[in-house]
Design a protein around this ligand. Structure first.
Ligand code: MG
Length: 287
């Protein structure tokens, strides 16, 4: 099942979207919900009923907002694809560590205020940063809460998956050493177009791709992750209880702007399109 939010009469409405992305029905018609909030629906738990969407309304992608509003920071993973770890280390922008391939997952976060819609313009923050870069990523949405989750149980805590662009100000990421500022400017996390429930996802066949102005820059299977999703969940949950609706962005493949010599930063007016097989795509213009 696919859950999205649409702008509807000055408010956000949680909707169920058909597998072909063409039709929708309001989630409130199917579920007993106090609010149009995916996090609340996830927290309620239980099995999701089958929904016939053949008579749903036509979905206009332009009205889509981010599928959810995170309750706390988004967990993110740095240098989690081999080739990207190499390109980042070579780029001179890596203030995180000396070694190319990390010994343990590098976990940082993005503030909830970074989240923006799957087709929204992304602010370029002129005067604050001059080195904007894209990062196409698969994001995990947690369902069942858990502390000290073992890797063999980890996928049973996953509710669904979505796409994020871990948009980054490279100059700030480098200058401030800790990555938070460079990763957390307002609007720096386009998300969507929907959350697909885990039962409908085949991780083994997933491909993450990103185009800038139509030019393919990133393309890798999710199978290439250095630290896989169960390892990430085990690592983060060891001492932080994961909550329903928590989001983990799993890292980006090779082909980001700083992987090129000279770097190919994105500029105002550029279009970033990210597709992940089994989910869909998001497209954001830099404004
Ligand atoms: Mg990233």
């Amino acid at each position: 099942m696919r859950f999205a939010r649409i702008q509807h009469q000055d408010r956000l409405q949680l909707v169920i979207v058909s597998d072909d992305g063409q039709r929708f029905k309001p989630a409130a018609d199917v579920f007993d919900l106090p609010a149009d909030d995916l996090v609340e629906l996830i927290a309620q738990g239980g099995r999701l009923p089958a929904v016939d969407l053949s008579d749903g309304a036509a979905l206009d992608l332009a009205t889509l907002a981010a599928p959810m509003t995170p309750r706390r920071n988004i967990f993110c993973v740095g240098k989690n694809y081999h080739e990207h770890a190499s390109e980042f280390s070579r780029s001179g922008f890596d203030s995180s560590a000396q070694e190319e391939i990390p010994q343990a997952p590098i976990i940082f976060t993005k503030a909830p205020s970074t989240v923006t819609g799957p087709f929204d313009a992304v602010p370029s923050h002129p005067g604050v940063t001059e080195q904007l870069d894209y990062e196409a990523e698969l994001a995990v949405v947690i369902g069942r809460p858990g502390l000290a989750i073992k890797r063999e149980d980890a996928l049973s805590h996953v509710w669904g998956y979505t796409i994020v662009n871990d948009f980054t100000a490279r100059d700030l990421q480098k200058k401030h050493r800790q990555w938070f500022l460079g990763k957390s400017l307002d609007g720096f996390c386009p998300m969507g177009p929907w959350v697909v429930t885990a039962d409908a996802i085949d991780l083994a066949s997933m491909q993450v791709q990103c185009w800038i102005n139509g030019e393919l820059r990133q393309s890798a299977p999710v199978n290439d992750l250095i630290f896989d999703i169960p390892t990430l969940i085990e690592t983060i949950s060891a001492g932080i209880e994961l909550q329903p609706g928590d989001i983990i962005a799993t890292g980006t493949p090779a082909g980001v702007g700083i992987g090129f010599t000279p770097p190919k930063f994105v500029q105002r007016g550029d279009t970033m399109r990210i597709a992940i097989s089994g989910i869909g795509e998001i497209e954001n213009k830099v404004h």
